[in-house]
Design a protein around this ligand. Sequence first.
Ligand code: G6P
Length: 608
Amino acid sequence: MCGIVGYLGNRNALGPVVDGLKALEYRGYDSAGIAYINGGDCRVIKKAGRVEALEKLVRKEKAVPKLALGHTRWATHGAPTTQNAHPHFNHDKTIMVVHNGIIENFQVIKDRLTELGYQFSTETDTEVIPHLIEYHYKQSGSFEAAFEKTIQELEGAFAIVAISSLAPGQLFAARLSSPLVLGVGEDEFILASDPSAIMEHTKKVIYLEDYELAIINHDSYKIRNFDRSADVKKTAEELDFDLELAQLGNFPNFMLKEIFEAPQTIKLATLGRIRPASGTVKLGGLVDVKEKLKLIERIIIVACGTSYYAGLVGEYLIEELAHIPVEVQLASEFKYRFEPFSPSTAVIAISQSGETADTIAALKKIEGRHMLRLGIVNAVGSTIARMTDAGVYCHAGPEQAVASTKAFIAQVCVLAEIGLHFGNGKMKDRKNFLRELDNLPKKAEAVLAQADKIRKIAEKYTHFQDFLYIGRRYGYPCALEGALKLKEITYIHAEGYAAGEMKHGPLAMIDKHFATFAIAADCPLIEKIYSNISEIKARGGPIVAVATEGNRQIKKMVDDVIYIPKTLEQLQPILVAIVIQLFAYYAAIKLGRNVDRPRNLAKSVTVE
Ligand code: G6P
């Protein structure tokens, strides 16, 4: 969702700000803008559409400012127009503000300021901020005080950055529930929504916490807690982020690059953690809560989107490997639901970005209930990683394409490891399981080697407007995730279903215009999956299936088969995921879609 960049330093600020906006493009947006201070003047440039279009306008600027901010907007209040794009400003354009999140009490503030004669020119909630700063500045004559007073009055979720010709050498920022990171470079500071806009310049960062604001000068910074009106001491930490991994290399887009990173992803998620020879699993991130883990009798997994589907695979895995009851809940439902909890319940939040608003809210809901909060997070140092008691990082490296691919694979690997860790010997053949997990990168390579075959099959199915994905047991969450991948990036209507439910509704839709993708890898229920396939075929439905190498029977039953190498049923989701990702990817490319940035979607959903 919205991306924020701010710069104060010795260079031309327009360069790092535009580059930063490009680095944040993956989050999803529909308009962009920048503002800078040059001498005593504020200038603002905004444009609906891509950062590229904004960059063309910025390049024409003659000024060489040292202080600037920029924003990519994902519309919530007001249409995605140039006028509604950020930065927003007060009437004489002396105060420029960018904002990520929602100001819930904006209407109250707007009404109050309107009565005082302030005029508004956009439909956004953000516009109240520069006007309110101006109001307080007129009262106190201090920009710092006016900024803090304004932030204290705002309700909702926000990351805010402001600059002003009234304080021409300072950069102001504040955070509540929306991420903001301050990069501390050599003679320069860069503020951004996430480290991808910072890592090119410095690896030293400070993560702002909720209720913190930053006032940055050319050679120093001050962090304050605006709830307590008190200074906070914070020093920069080293960023664990690999720049190379975030760059495209020879791939045409991030999605394909990230799908092809599957083998490496499995290796990184298991490296140093699994020991096939001794049948042991070592999860350093859980050591501190070792004693508490022994008391856990129930697990609730909370997540959104693809992470939720990984959680569903985790439910099967943890129940089977650790014999602990697991329930998976959508974070957006969990947070509004009444249910009895006990301290013997652990909540595991799964999140690639570590910044998803609903997942954060789910964790906040159980604050103070004495329940163990664990995280399976990819983005190191993100909000969820920091707010959980303990956790296991995915180590998948930065994921840039909006549709999650390698993160799902890493999450499933980590869930398997957590299952074994919790199981503590309950699974009979741990060594064999770990050997299989250790061998999985090679099997993932074998699936990727079939990319061209998968492309040809996918292209045959792009004229369908409806798709059903079916599976059983471990194949069921894969069906849900397969349908999600297809709708996200091709915009083809797709539904995931438990194959056993076919007769309870979906069968009514099947005809020659309604295609099915069957997850039919070898499992104890394969015969039942064959029956489901036959029922679909009998009604004229075209079928593509993913099956285990060596399965000849299925060839006769379906129109197209994609084979995956033989592995344990519990680990099949990892190989099946690569197939469904490539299938959706190639279908989307054939349809001319922007696979990295599908319409209306954001990578990091930081508002409810
Ligand atoms: C968005 C992304 C999805 C992701 C979901 C949850 O919808 O587009 O790819 O699965 O958010 O995000 P998280 O970062 O919490 O895993």
